[in-house]
Design a protein around this ligand. Structure first.
Ligand SMILES: C[S@@+](CC[C@H](N)C(=O)[O-])C[C@H]1O[C@@H](n2cnc3c(N)ncnc32)[C@H](O)[C@@H]1O
Length: 255
C-alpha cells in the first residue's frame, strides 16, 4: 500500500490534490484484494456480523456486509425504478441489485474485482463479471444506466475520475444512479480501513461525497445532477451528461 494519505475534507476531494491522488490508482490487488481478504463478501458472511470503515482521521462509517448479502432494500428498489436497461452495477458485491433487476426483467450485469463477490453472485444465479471498474469493460459507451450504490463512489478516492469513468460507460442519454452523503455531511478523502470484530484491514484510499458538493464534482466529470432523492436516511442522485457549453458564434454570424 502506498504512503499514508492525509485526511482531506475539502469540498472537491479529487481536485484538491490532483497529483498526489493520480498516483493512487485503485487496483484490484489493493482495494478489491482488501475486500476479498476481509471475508465480508463470502456467501456466508452474514453470520459474521457488521463491519465499520474507519478513516485515519478517526471517522467511523457503517460498512454493512449484512446489507450486501441481503435482498435489495425498499429504498433501493424505489431508486431502481429509475433505471433503463441495460444496467451495469459497478462494484456489485454479491449482486443483490442485479438480482432485483433480473427479477423485473431488466437486463443487468454486475462487475466486481473481488473473486469472492463474483463467486457469491454467481452462486445466486446473478450475472457478474470479475473485473476492475477502472479497466476495460464490455459495452463501454452503450449502458443506459450505471449504478454506484452503498459508498462505492469512494472507490479509489477519486470521485471526479470515477464519475467521469461512469460517464464514459453510458450511452448518450444514459444515467448514473449514485448514492452520496446526505446534506450537511462532509466530503472526505482519506486512508481508511475495514474493522470487523478484532480484524483490521490494511489502509486503502477512500472518499465520501456530500450531496452538497456533488454538482461541483460532477461538473469536473462532465456530468450534472438531474435529481436527488432522500429515502430511509440515504441520499441517491441521478446524474446525466452535462450538455456541452454552446460554442460562441463566429463574429460574422453574431453581428
Ligand atoms: C461496498 S462493497 C459493494 C456493495 C454493493 N454495491 C452493494 O450495494 O451491495 C464494495 C465493493 O467494491 C468492490 N471493488 C473495490 N474496488 C473495485 C474496483 N476497482 N473495481 C471493481 N470492484 C471494486 C469490492 O470488491 C466490493 O465488493
Amino acid at each position: 500500500m502506498s504512503e499514508p494519505m492525509a485526511c482531506s475534507t475539502r469540498s472537491t476531494p479529487d481536485r484538491a490534490e490532483p497529483v498526489a491522488l493520480l498516483s493512487r490508482l485503485s487496483h484490484p490487488d489493493e482495494v478489491a484484494g482488501i475486500f476479498a481478504g476481509s471475508g465480508l463478501l463470502a456467501h456466508d458472511a452474514r453470520r459474521l456480523g457488521e463491519a465499520r470503515l474507519r478513516t485515519r482521521c478517526g471517522r467511523s462509517l457503517p460498512f454493512s456486509a449484512t446489507r450486501w448479502h441481503a435482498p435489495a432494500a425498499r429504498e433501493e428498489i424505489e431508486v431502481l425504478e429509475e433505471v433503463i436497461g441495460p444496467v451495469v452495477d459497478l462494484a456489485c458485491g454479491p449482486g443483490r441489485l442485479v438480482r432485483h433487476l433480473m427479477g423485473r426483467g431488466v437486463p443487468a450485469l454486475g462487475v466486481d474485482a473481488a473473486p469472492d463477490a463474483v463467486a457469491a453472485a454467481t452462486r445466486r444465479g446473478v450475472p457478474a463479471l470479475l473485473g476492475d471498474l477502472w479497466g476495460a469493460l464490455p459495452r463501454e459507451g452503450s449502458w443506459q444506466t450505471a449504478l454506484l450504490f452503498d459508498g462505492n463512489i469512494g472507490i479509489g478516492a477519486r470521485p471526479g475520475d470515477l464519475l467521469a469513468r461512469c460517464g464514459r460507460l453510458l450511452a448518450p442519454g444514459g444515467r448514473l444512479l449514485a448514492e452520496v452523503g446526505g446534506p450537511g455531511t462532509l466530503s472526505i478523502t482519506a486512508d481508511a480501513r475495514i474493522e470487523w470484530g478484532g480484524w483490521r484491514s490494511g489502509w486503502f484510499p477512500w472518499a465520501t461525497v456530500s450531496v452538497d458538493d456533488l454538482p461541483e464534482v460532477a461538473s469536473v466529470a462532465g456530468l450534472e445532477v438531474a435529481g436527488v432523492r432522500q429515502l430511509a436516511g440515504r441520499t441517491f442522485a441521478r446524474l446525466v451528461r452535462a450538455p456541452r457549453a454552446p460554442s460562441p458564434l463566429p463574429a460574422a454570424v453574431a453581428a
